[in-house]
Write a protein of this length. Structure first.
Length: 466
């Protein structure tokens, strides 16, 4: 006899004693369902095993080695390529280029193994037209248009692919689950079966997923826990630049990013993305400051722009694009309190160049100096890059990989850098690298490239205005 034990959220697993319309943990609506369980503990009986247990040293590790997708930027994010049996979830907004990227990669992987591409959102003819346009035609790339899980499994049984692409998981339905395709129950059932199929066959699987208006992956949160790799495909629809970020990766780093150029002829990886996020102008302009952010192992110079304008409104606006608005608000508070900046009657707008999103604490000082430059209508020195995390007391904190950031800035032609005090000593490499301290207290990091160290925001502002 079933006994009621409470209610559980189908999205995140949050439990409550009574039914509510909105989950108290993930704030999702209509996901709390009644949970039942049978009384008494159930003792599991021994069953058949798929393979006997062996000493860990005898396990063959070769089967877990990544295989290249043929797209270097995608391999960078995946950690070298696709691992046999791995399940990858690629999420992104509709029309951003997910299908184009996967079709491009599928055609290149088909040169070495059989690939099955299952589309549930478009007809087979529509996918064929796109494949013709980007040159993704190959005899070992099979295409099927299905929305039923049983039919999808039948295609896998017949084709025996080494890679399965499902576009998208929200369009596939199962007769064994209730609800409509894309619902919580259906997505969980379909994803669970596909993960089981991938593990049993050692078949790499890529699932395409949609995102909500807030930018998070649609469907139950357990979907992210079921898969091995979660990638986010992002970018501005009005720009050709696209970026793929690893949110979860059991086979590689989770802080890498891949850069792509989406155009009419397809999508291409951008091996050297330096300079894409910096404006090129003859003379410096007030309200601009260049920093270097770390995206995984890749240093990327990026430009922060600020505009300060007087307003008659009682509550001035604080608007950010590409930056964390909460962190920008904190930096503005430090600027007003520690440097006596008068921003109370001004609107403050901050943004990045090229559509890049910056979340690195090392950009704090660049945001502060860009706003200070805009407020004073005075441009910062030409050829300057700025690094540093700003504390609430006005101190500058050291950031990681300073030497790699400065090396990239020097390669691109920058001549000066402003960093927190002690950064070069803390970032000294194993080869005994050291900077040359000159008589004026500045350090020569590379020929023609000077580094100035500052302990707090007062020193930093004095250095750039002197």
């Amino acid at each position: 006899m079933a006994k009621k034990v409470g209610y559980r959220c189908g999205e995140c697993g949050w439990q409550t004693a009574k039914w509510v319309g909105r989950c108290g943990e993930c704030q999702a609506w209509g996901t709390v369902e009644e949970e039942t369980a049978r009384g008494g503990a159930h003792v599991a009986s021994p069953g058949a095993v798929s393979a006997p247990a062996v000493p860990i040293g005898q396990v063959k590790a070769e089967v877990a080695h990544a295989r290249s997708t043929g797209v270097p930027e995608l391999d960078r994010v995946l950690g070298g390529g696709l691992v046999p049996g791995a399940v990858v979830l690629l999420a992104g907004e509709p029309g951003i280029g997910k299908s184009t990227l996967l079709l491009e990669a599928a055609s290149k992987i088909a040169r070495g193994q059989t690939v099955l591409y299952v589309t549930g959102e478009e007809s087979a003819a529509q996918v064929r037209v796109r494949a013709d346009r980007i040159g993704a035609i190959h005899d070992d790339l099979y295409l099927a248009a299905e929305t039923d899980l049983g039919a999808l499994v039948s295609h896998v049984e017949k084709v025996q692919p080494g890679l399965l692409v499902v576009d998208s998981v929200q369009t596939i339905g199962s007769a064994q689950a209730t609800g409509v395709p894309g619902g919580v129950t259906q997505v969980r059932e379909v994803a669970g079966n596909l993960v089981r199929l991938a593990k049993e066959r050692g078949m790499s699987t890529v699932l395409v997923g949609h995102v909500t208006k807030e930018g998070s992956i649609a469907g139950p949160r357990t979907l992210e826990h079921l898969v091995d790799v979660v990638l986010h495909f992002e970018g501005d629809r009005h720009s050709r630049l696209r970026m793929v970020r690893a949110i979860k990766n059991r086979y590689g780093p989770v802080d890498e990013v891949g850069c792509f150029d989406l155009h009419e002829g397809g999508i291409e990886g951008i091996t050297d993305a330096s300079g894409l996020f910096v404006s090129h102008r003859a003379e410096p302009v007030p309200g601009t400051c260049v920093t270097v952010t770390m995206e995984g192992t890749r240093p990327l110079p990026a430009e922060v722009q600020a505009l300060v304008a007087r307003t008659e409104a009682q509550q001035p606006r604080r608007s950010s694009s590409g930056l964390d608005p909460y962190r920008v608000t904190m930096v503005l508070a430090v600027l007003e309190r520690r440097l006596n900046a008068k921003l109370g009657g001004c609107d403050v707008f901050t943004a990045t160049v090229g559509g890049i999103k910056l979340g690195d604490p090392a950009i704090d000082l660049s945001v502060m100096l860009a706003v200070a430059s805009a407020a004073g209508d005075r441009a910062l020195p030409s050829g300057l890059v700025v690094l540093g995390e700003v504390g609430l007391a006005g101190e500058l904190r050291q950031v990681r990989d300073v030497r790699r950031r400065l090396s990239e800035a020097a390669r691109l032609g920058f001549t000066r850098a402003l960093v927190p005090a002690g950064s070069l000593d803390a970032g000294r490499g194993r080869r005994g690298e050291s900077s040359l301290v000159r008589a004026d207290g500045r350090s020569s990091f590379a020929p023609g490239f000077d580094v100035v160290e500052a302990e707090n925001v007062w020193d930093a502002l004095n250095h750039v205005t002197s």
